[in-house]
Design a protein around this ligand. Structure first.
Ligand SMILES: Nc1ncnc2c1ncn2[C@@H]1O[C@H](COP(=O)(O)OP(=O)(O)O)[C@@H](O)[C@H]1O
Ligand SMILES: [Mg+2]
Length: 254
């Protein structure tokens, strides 16, 4: 159940508007008029001005752009880790800007899978325990959480690494564990911030293939920030964050 359903339900609308709302509701992400301004020691820093973004369910969208353009900030806002200064952010059936801290944490746990360039696995826990963490956080019993985590480790090709600690895994394996942890609660939206940025080329390619496979087989909607245009070109759409707005980026087929 969404924490914050849309103010108007489709059934309350006159016939003519109903269709438009149903079409719009296929968008898992709807951002309109987004503004983000940080107050810094050097004065206000405005990253987004009137930024719009719509992502349909099932899309795999790449976001590219120069360092400092605000790509990470945009993902943080979509995932309720940061709040907009102005504008509407409707994501996975939730008005994310209106959530309390507690609601935001529940929203992230349920709806958002997050992977970063660095894996952020907990070093003193095994791979299996790391994957089980989001389940434990929502109150699943330990034995059951570990069993589900084992299934996810198998899914990312690491069934024989469950007892390894993150420090005993390669960079690519750590990112596989991070992906399993991101998806263990079956979120609808996967947000990946330069997930292959720290990996050598062939490992990056294999991690990207895994993301593509998980995206397909779990019916995810995914937003990936990357500097790798070759990988970006494999997504449904490529958007460039430039001058505080998102613009379509043409990519060549090869
Ligand atoms: N909490 C913050 N306070 C002030 N400035 C910030 C904060 N977070 C990010 N910034 C600034 O916003 C800009 C965009 O950051 P970021 O979203 O990380 O860009 P990107 O991911 O595209 O490299 C940078 O100039 C960064 O220094
Ligand atoms: Mg960034």
């Amino acid at each position: 159940m969404p924490l914050n359903p849309p103010a108007v339900a489709a059934k309350d609308l006159p016939g003519g508007q109903k269709k438009a709302l149903q079409v719009a509701s296929e968008a898992l992400v709807q951002v309109s008029g987004l503004e983000k301004t940080y107050q810094t020691a050097r004065g206000p820093l405005t990253l987004f001005r009137d930024l719009d973004l719509q992502i349909q369910t099932g899309e795999m969208v790449a976001i590219v752009g120069q360092s400092g353009a605000g790509k990470s900030t945009l993902l943080h806002i979509l995932g309720a880790l940061d709040t907009p200064t102005a504008g509407g952010v409707y994501c996975a059936s939730t008005h994310v800007a209106q959530l309390s801290q507690k609601q935001a944490a529940a929203f992230r746990n349920r709806e958002i899978g997050y992977v970063w360039q660095f894996h952020y696995l907990l070093p003193e826990f095994s791979a299996r325990e790391n994957v089980a963490m989001p389940l434990l956080a929502r109150g699943v019993r330990k034995a059951e959480a570990l069993a589900v985590a084992t299934d996810w480790l198998r899914e990312v090709g690491l069934e024989d690494r469950g007892e390894h600690r993150p420090g005993e895994l390669s960079g690519g394996e750590q990112q596989r564990v991070a992906l399993a942890r991101a998806l263990v609660n079956r979120p609808r939206l996967l947000l990946a911030d330069e997930p292959t940025g720290d990996l050598d080329e062939s490992t990056a390619g294999r991690i990207f293939e895994l993301i593509e496979r998980l995206h397909q087989s779990h019916g995810l909607t995914s937003v990936l920030v990357t500097h790798n245009m070759e990988l970006a070109a494999r997504c449904t759409r490529v958007l460039r964050l430039e001058g505080g707005r998102l613009v379509a980026q043409a990519v060549s087929a090869n």
